[in-house]
Write a protein that binds this ligand. Structure first.
Ligand SMILES: *[C@@H]1O[C@H](CO)[C@@H](O)[C@H](O)[C@H]1NC(C)=O
Ligand SMILES: *[C@@H]1O[C@H](CO)[C@@H](O)[C@H](O)[C@H]1NC(C)=O
Length: 534
């Protein structure tokens, strides 16, 4: 009793002491595990990896952007943009070529004639200038650790430079610059080095295997050996294995699992871009292409989730200027699948520009989150859109709730919400979505309420009806993408759900259902996404 009056005085102090720690816990020092398809922490709660790639494997062998901004400011901004992790790339020569790794940053930049970038590094990151390249790399890991950003070390290639082509000698075990034994030694060194960094939670063994030498038998032989080596040197890290054909193809695993002596540490990774399918998105009808490509992705890699392995989509991204039709169309399909499968991912990429890429000094990266001079975000609309993927929809932890659906709109990254208890339906942040059920009668019902999504007439807002037998409350998913939500208007015509200016959900004529490649139906795409946690 006597202690009670004191409590209100203590509470603010307790809050100060405990709040920052609990808040930072999900990304502070920790070990992660694979628990069936989820990546979880020591208490079994899901940690959804929302990473961004930060390249440090190009010729200068220094993480990009350090001529433009202090490392610490970049790391802070990564957190601010909603990412909890970085896929930090490295070239095999960094641990294995003493001559190269012992060059100072200054010497490395001088050798490449990058005098302007060097001036920038001297002013933004003076402490790096005289560090050997390996120490500078570790210094990035420290900056990220100080800012509670998790790190996945990714062996991107052997020879420093831009990656990847089929004949660059870096593609597969046995290629000119890809000696498996040197690679194993390099993995051992990096894994050992990483034991000193509590924020390193994974190692990605080799990026985008490819080229004429690639074959399944060598994949098992060397990937298993690499995995064993990494685990022996550093049992804390997740061991991440990539597929064949530029990390598109893991289909061979369907009937032949990898054989490892350790458990709960194995993760697979895959890459998926617009150009993975050439110009298919631009030259075909987006419904048809999305249907076919999603099928393909299921068969090549995504089936692993169903088999009970985490799948890390470690490269995806688009030209953020929004001018590449192929990229734009692919990304609508990607967003839908990413929400549905709720996978772990790493965006390509962080950098707004490179010190030196493919012989070009200061090349701009239009797929980069930062703008050219790293002073701000290149496209805040894009960032807001992908933020929908940064929180988990499913998996152990969070605040569990009865399984339900949210109605996700991939074009905006938003969900259908009821505007403040009225029956007007609008798009808004998915976290505010009320739970929906998709009933056996194909009605979309607000859970626990006698309210059903309803089409009344063409051109008017969608509403909420109360009569389950009304034909306007029956919704089917049509077209090859299965993403047009289609119903019947009062006059009996077939209609689709769409979005008007101001993000009101409206009833429209279905557009661009198949064949036509000149139009884009994505404003009418909706995906019913499972949610089991809030
Ligand atoms: C090591 O790096 C130096 C400097 O870039 C280079 O000249 C040499 O060829 C490299 N050695 C190997 C074995 O790759
Ligand atoms: C951002 O992306 C959107 C959508 O793709 C595009 O319309 C817009 O022009 C882009 N903004 C900038 C500044 O590039």
């Amino acid at each position: 009793m006597g202690a009670l009056p004191m409590l209100h005085l203590l509470l603010p102090i307790l809050a100060m002491l405990t709040f920052p720690m609990t808040q930072l816990k999900p990304v502070a020092a920790q070990r992660l595990y694979a628990d069936s398809r989820w990546i979880v922490d020591e208490t079994g709660r899901r940690v959804k990896l929302t990473c961004v790639n930060w390249p440090a494997h190009l010729k200068p062998l220094l993480a990009e952007g350090l001529s433009e901004r202090p490392a610490d400011a970049i790391a802070k901004k990564i957190r601010e943009m909603g990412f909890n992790c970085v896929r930090l790339t490295w070239a095999l020569e960094l641990p294995m070529n003493e001559t190269l790794a012992s060059l100072t940053v200054e010497r490395s930049f001088q050798n490449l004639g990058l005098s302007e970038a060097l001036v920038g590094i001297k002013s933004n990151n003076p402490s790096l200038v005289n560090l050997p390249l390996m120490e500078a790399y570790k210094s990035m890991m420290t900056s990220l650790r100080n800012n509670k950003v998790m790190v996945i070390l990714d062996n991107h290639l052997t020879t420093p430079g831009w990656c990847c082509s089929a004949d660059d000698g870096n593609g597969f075990f046995g290629d000119k610059y890809f000696d498996p034994q040197v690679w194993i030694q390099g993995l051992h060194k990096m894994a050992t080095m990483a034991t000193g960094f509590s924020n390193v939670i994974g190692m990605s063994l080799r990026n985008e295997l490819r080229g004429p030498r690639q074959n399944v038998d060598d994949w098992y032989k060397y990937m298993q050996e690499g995995a064993k080596t990494v685990h022996a040197a550093n049992p804390n890290v997740l061991v991440i294995l990539s597929g064949l054909n530029y990390d598109k193809d893991l289909s061979f695993l369907r009937n032949r699992p990898v054989s490892l002596s350790f458990t709960k540490k194995l993760v697979f990774e895959m890459h998926w871009y617009g150009f993975t399918n050439g110009q298919a998105w631009q030259s075909g009808n987006p419904n048809d292409v999305c249907g076919a490509v999603s099928n393909d992705v299921m068969g090549q890699s995504m089936f692993l989730l169903e088999q009970g392995y985490p799948l890390f989509v470690s490269e995806f991204g688009i030209d953020e200027r929004g001018i590449n039709v192929n990229d734009n169309r692919y990304f609508n399909c990607f967003m839908a699948m990413a929400a549905e499968f709720d996978w772990d991912s790493a965006l390509w990429s962080l950098q707004g520009s490179y010190y030196l890429r493919q012989g070009v000094v200061g090349m701009e990266e239009y797929y980069g989150l930062f703008n050219y001079d790293w002073s701000g975000v290149r496209n805040s609309t894009f960032l807001r859109r992908i933020s929908a993927l940064q929180s988990p929809f499913q998996g152990p932890g969070g605040k569990p709730t009865v399984a339900h659906k949210v109605i996700f709109h991939p074009l905006t990254g938003l969900c259908i919400l009821r505007r403040s208890r009225s029956s007007l339906l609008v798009l808004g942040p998915c976290e505010y979505s009320e739970p929906w059920n998709y009933t056996p009668q194909n009605a979309l019902q607000l859970v626990g309420k006698l309210l059903y999504l309803r089409a009344v007439e063409l051109g008017s807002p969608a509403s909420l009806g109360m009569t389950p037998t009304d034909p306007g409350v029956k919704w089917e998913m049509i077209s090859a993408s299965r993403m047009h939500l289609s119903s019947k208007a009062r006059d009996g015509s077939t209609v689709c759900l769409g979005v008007s200016a101001g993000n009101t959900v409206v009833v429209e004529a279905c557009k661009c259902l198949s064949d036509d490649s000149s139009c884009d139906p994505a404003s009418q795409w909706f995906k019913l996404v499972d949610r089991t946690r809030l």
